[in-house]
Ligand binder design. Structure first.
Ligand code: SAH
Length: 343
């Protein structure tokens, strides 16, 4: 059976007509779906018989919820099973007044960043647009009445720009007024830094925020921590970041995971500040969140602060971000790894 999120409006129209429904029923189905209904039975404007015949022909959601970890005041991780028994995860982060949904775009990841749990097993497969959107819709319906997802970050498992078309399709639906209606300025896509795709993304006409995982001030360090674009280095990434600002008017965020003894030296901060000179950007410094089996460590707090101070003193906006929910293994990819080892 197809998933509802995979069908075009015309396909739903056809099906509704064949099942004896009216054209306006299609809009009722899609509106209920985008507002977070969980099943055809919840699409209350539809005649009851139409709801049940539709349920025999179409699967409402592509995800089966397996479990939730964490707390509904800090961060909650959701593990979902896909139709092929693969699994994927999403996170809700509570930071009043914001509630942020963090979505995945791939099962596994091909990027091989040395400190990240998501890439440990390589790429398994891309998620479809419906599988990306259904994560948001599931999170939306788990919130109690009166709470609302205010922001969306594409920072879960996977590299969105290596699943570009599907990610774009999900983003457009997330943003559309007749879709989920999330304002583009409240959506952030995080990429490992693929220059060609950053430029393509700038040309899409979306006002979405872009975060680039830089993690290094020079090519030598970057090769060690992000081997993916080892051949081209960070020059083309910075050029693409400049273009992103010129075309969209949106300031780029650079993410920089601080790894003890690897990229956290004062000289690295100075070099980074020089490289970023003239780029309209800010830097998010993320102390490494421990991953079992990986021999990296979080630098002492005082070294993180010194790194931040050096950037600030040189006119680069920088903030230290503590990852939420580390107690419940909420770093990228970790819930799925735990689940895997428990099977
Ligand atoms: N592939 C995308 C998005 C996924 S990860 C990207 O590379 O940006 C989102 C952010 O979390 C990235 O900046 C990533 O480098 C960071 N991250 C991954 N594992 C981490 C860990 N163990 N500790 C801290 N940050 C981590």
């Amino acid at each position: 059976m197809p998933f509802l999120g995979e069908l075009s409006t015309a396909e739903i129209d056809d099906l509704v007509r064949r099942l004896g429904g009216k054209r306006y029923n299609t809009r009722q189905i899609l509106d209920a779906y985008h507002q977070g209904a969980g099943a055809f039975q919840d699409v209350t404007p539809l005649p009851v018989t139409l709801r049940s015949v539709l349920a025999d022909q179409v699967t409402f959601t592509s995800l089966e919820h397996v479990r939730t970890a964490g707390s509904p005041t800090e961060a909650q991780k959701f593990l979902f099973r896909l139709h092929d028994r693969r699994s994927v995860e999403s996170v809700l982060i509570y930071e009043a007044p914001r509630i942020t949904a963090c979505l995945s775009t791939q099962v596994g990841c091909p990027a091989e960043c040395v400190f990240c749990a998501s890439g440990l097993g390589g790429l398994v497969r891309n998620l479809s647009p419906a599988e990306i959107l259904d994560q948001f819709l599931h999170l939306k319906r788990t919130l109690p009445k009166g709470q609302k997802i205010t922001n969306v970050v594409i920072m879960g498992m996977g590299e969105p720009f290596l699943n570009y078309a599907n990610t774009l399709s999900a983003l457009r639906r997330l943003n559309a007024a007749d879709g989920c209606g999330v304002a583009a300025r409240r959506i952030t896509v995080s990429t490992v830094g693929i220059p060609k795709r950053i430029e393509d993304f700038a040309a899409e006409g979306l006002q979405v925020n872009l975060a680039i995982s830089l993690h290094a001030p020079n090519d030598e360090i970057r090769k060690r921590v992000v081997p993916l674009n080892r051949d081209r280095g960070i020059g083309p990434i910075l050029t693409a970041a400049r273009k992103y600002f010129e075309i969209t008017g949106r300031e780029v965020t650079f993410e920089y995971v601080l790894l003890d003894g690897i990229n956290d030296a004062a000289a690295a901060a100075e070099e980074l500040a020089n490289r970023l000179k003239g780029i309209r950007c800010s830097v998010n410094l993320i102390p490494f969140n421990p991953v079992e089996g990986l021999a990296y460590a979080e630098p002492p707090a005082e070294r993180c602060r010194r790194f931040e101070q050096i950037l600030l003193a040189r006119g680069v906006t920088a903030t230290i971000r503590k990852r939420k929910g580390s107690r419940d293994a909420a770093a990228c990819g970790q819930l799925r790894l735990i689940e895997k080892s428990a099977q």
